[in-house]
Design a protein around this ligand. Structure first.
Ligand code: ATP
Length: 337
């Protein structure tokens, strides 16, 4: 029997009603899931933006079949801005089911870590009830933390600099295998700069033009309010540009005057800077979790990134050898335990 993926409290006592209504029908049938025990296994792929987590998650999900992926990137939970927020495109998902990816309509309401704790827990119960392995993948450490800790206090931001790692709980409610994809920061910065250019090539600017041209944005010029998807890197940075040059007046880029080109380039510069800052903050949060005793297995992608940046096509082999193969070994041991 197919239920709407809007979790009804009547399906199972664990499945509480949330204020979030999903926008899609689930493709799998939802039989009531048993309450999961502390022993439930969960593979968690962490890392800064741009480190290749999504690709690795597909590599693992296709090797450790059957698996399903739960997104833990706080901008990717919303429907829309797929290029801007870097959602893994459908053709790269290799039919691996994804949960909490682009499922929530961003009606100017924030999807909070507390919402995530409930929704992702439901998704995990559902996946496990169907005898599949859940993989949690995404860069938002506040989401990962809220979901995994035994006792979660929504009023306490443990990542705030005012608190040291003693405030971070290491008592977790699942049996977790943590993979952390990392790289030297400078190389990651170089790569992220390049990735922004690639995203613009792939249609990020056009996607943002459409976003700024939507009824929602025309009726309510409230990027400054900064809730939900309005915070996605790319939106605030391009606000000035689209105020000066309304999206409906798109002209061929080659014919832009120098002022217009300058405003555009400034937006791109800010996007690159804010993306680098995001990556740095994400790594700092991961280090804090590690200091608090989270057992993270670090996979060093530095050499693969260096080769990629040098245009060496062999980077894929190095990625396979230094990131994918060790991850496969770690996950295999974990699942066999
Ligand atoms: P958290 O800190 O809660 O773990 P996070 O790692 O996503 O989450 P933040 O420091 O909260 O990082 O985010 C910094 C900025 O980057 C915010 O404006 C956020 O909305 C934006 N951001 C985060 N992820 C993405 C993404 N996938 N695409 C675009 N912008 C993003």
């Amino acid at each position: 029997q197919h239920y709407s993926s809007f979790y009804s409290p009547f399906l199972h006592p664990k499945r509480r009603r949330s204020r979030w209504r999903k926008t899609v029908m689930a493709s799998t049938s939802h039989t009531p899931a048993p309450a999961h025990s502390k022993k439930d296994k969960l593979v968690v792929i962490m890392g800064a933006t741009g480190t290749g987590k999504s690709g690795l998650s597909i590599d693992l999900a296709t090797r450790f079949f059957p698996s399903e992926i739960i997104n833990s990137d706080k901008m990717q939970v919303y429907k829309g801005l797929d290029i801007t927020t870097n959602k893994i495109p459908s053709h790269k998902r290799h039919n691996v089911p994804h949960h909490l990816l682009g499922e929530f309509v961003p009606d100017d309401v924030e999807f909070t870590p507390d919402d995530f704790r409930l929704q992702a827990d439901n998704a995990i119960s559902d996946i496990i009830s169907r005898k599949k392995t859940p993989l949690l993948v995404g860069g938002s450490n506040s989401f990962i933390y809220s979901l995994l800790v035994q006792e979660y206090d929504p009023g306490l931001n443990v990542f705030d600099d005012r608190f040291d790692s003693d405030s971070v709980s290491s008592s977790l409610r699942y049996n977790c295998c943590f993979l952390w994809v990392d790289s030297s920061l400078q190389l990651l910065y170089d790569y992220l700069n390049k990735r922004v250019d690639d995203m613009l090539e792939s249609g990020m600017f056009e996607e943002l033009a459409e976003f700024f041209d939507s009824d929602r944005m025309r009726n309510n010029n409230s990027v400054s309010l900064g809730v939900g998807l309005l915070k996605a890197i790319g939106v605030p940075e391009f606000e000035r540009y689209f105020k000066m040059y309304p999206p409906a007046s798109v002209e061929v880029k080659g014919e832009w005057d120098p002022v217009r080109r300058g405003v555009y380039q400034e937006a791109v510069r800010e996007i690159k800077e804010n993306t680098r800052r995001l990556a740095k903050r994400q790594i700092d949060k991961i280090l804090k979790l590690e200091r608090a005793g989270w057992d993270l297995r670090r996979l060093d992608a530095t050499t693969a990134f260096r080769m990629l940046m040098n245009g060496d096509q062999e980077w894929r082999c190095v990625w396979e050898r230094q990131v994918v193969e060790p991850s496969v070994k770690i996950v295999k041991r974990f699942l066999d335990e």
